[in-house]
Design a protein around this ligand. Structure first.
Ligand code: PLP
Length: 405
């Protein structure tokens, strides 16, 4: 008899949407329990609203959004994206180099499918946003994880990255600002990555979806702006900075020197055309959104929700004996470290299950981001300060008596 399954390739698919922790959480929720979900970066879930002017703009666009668009996207969106690239110093991007997508997620998968043959390697960070590892794997490639180091503010370890390049390596994925660590990389680190790509002739993939959610006066440097002589695939979208995750609106730009990537670009064009186009009403808000960046900026300034919630979670987590945290400076994630000797933690998935069962708090354990030791977990600090404070009280209670069996 035939067995229908897609074999080992699915082993790597995202833990934050599947696996025993999610199964248990769903079981508890179905049973009527009130589970506090600190595991998913969905602003709407915690009362953030897409700005009214964007919702109105999309509503007005509906009567003219009935048909498929060009598979690259509508002209007004692509013009706005090209302008945004110019502002950020992302070189050599014109209308034909832009592809809108149903979220950045769709484009990550498409970009990997178009490039990788079986056995090709892609350098991906650990901890990573797990969709990258999943997409590399599903495309037949192998994700080779380079370390981002908590001892140095979670910046990529360039020596480790360099050591892991082989003759099968096709590219380097850089997630900046980073999910799950909330780190914003300085220019010198980005220059170091570009240098490695230059030495080994690699394509850069820059996932910059959090570039407008930066705190403490930090400056986001677009990776492509440092690499005009290399090809960079830059990805961005409106899910986070414009609180519009449900509209599924992202884009990808091919920047820099594309002269040796003709075949790859043909593949991307084909894959893009095969899905016909991305959601057209969602594309209609790209231009107004990119003109309206004040809202995101305000969220990240003192008094803004993201800023104040970061201050709150950082302070309260550091007060818990056995927990230490690097202060995040962008996005809305924090990746605390647990003293695994003190808590006798050998398996972080078991820790996450224990926290869920005992305190009804759902987080994602470090292994969900392909982290190498069972000593970290990620909190999404989108809930308001009251809810975060109550969550931290519950976590403090949990850790005060936790020892893994
Ligand atoms: N890239 C990173 C680093 C993310 O954290 C996320 C979502 O959490 C995405 C991409 C996907 O975003 P979307 O598909 O909503 O555009």
């Amino acid at each position: 008899m035939k067995v229908y399954e897609k074999s080992h390739k699915l082993d790597h698919v995202c833990y934050d949407i599947r696996g025993p922790i999610m199964d248990e959480a769903n079981r508890m929720i179905r049973g009527g329990e009130d589970v506090l979900k600190l595991n998913i970066g969905n602003p709407a879930y915690f009362g953030f609203k897409t700005p009214d002017h964007l919702v109105e703009h999309m509503a007005h666009s509906l009567p003219t959004s009935e048909g498929y668009s060009d598979s690259h996207g509508i002209v007004s969106a692509r013009e706005a994206i090209v302008e945004y690239c110019q502002e950020k110093g992302i070189p050599n991007v014109d209308m034909h180099d832009v592809y809108t997508g149903n979220g950045v997620s769709e484009l990550i998968t498409l970009a990997m499918q178009g490039l990788l043959d079986d056995g090709d390697e892609m350098l991906v960070p650990t901890p990573d946003y797990p969709l990258w590892t999943a997409s590399v794997t599903l495309a037949g490639g192998k994700a080779v994880h380079y370390i981002c180091d908590d001892q140095s503010g979670w910046y990529p370890d360039l020596e480790d990255m360099r050591k892991k390049v082989t003759d099968k390596t096709k590219g380097i994925v850089v997630i900046n600002p980073n999910n799950p660590t909330g780190a914003l990389y300085p220019r010198e680190i980005l220059e170091g990555i570009v240098e490695i790509a230059r030495e080994h002739d690699l394509i850069l993939f820059a996932d910059e979806i959090y570039d407008r959610l930066v705190m403490d006066g930090g400056e986001h440097v677009a990776l492509a702006s440092l690499a005009p002589d290399l090809m960079t695939v830059s990805l961005n979208g409106l899910s986070k900075s414009h609180l519009a995750a449900g509209y599924r609106c992202g884009w990808m730009c091919l920047a820099g020197d594309k002269s040796r990537a003709k075949g790859y670009i043909e593949g991307i064009n084909l894959l893009s055309a095969m899905r016909l186009c991305s959601n057209v009403p969602a594309q209609s808000i790209i231009a107004p959104a990119l003109k309206a960046r004040e809202e995101a900026k305000k969220l990240c300034e003192p008094g803004g929700r993201v800023y104040e919630q970061r201050e709150c979670i950082y302070r309260l987590l550091n007060d818990i004996p056995g927990i230490s945290v690097v202060k995040p400076s962008a996005a809305f994630y924090i990746f605390p470290k647990m003293d695994i000797k003190r808590f006798n933690i050998k398996d972080d998935e078991i820790f996450a299950l224990d926290l869920l069962k005992q305190q009804k708090i759902l987080i994602t354990h470090g292994a969900g981001f392909h982290w190498i030791r069972p000593d970290h977990f990620r909190i999404v600090y989108l809930p308001d300060v009251d809810l975060l404070s109550r969550a931290c009280e519950r976590m403090a209670r949990f850790f005060s008596r936790y020892r893994q069996a």
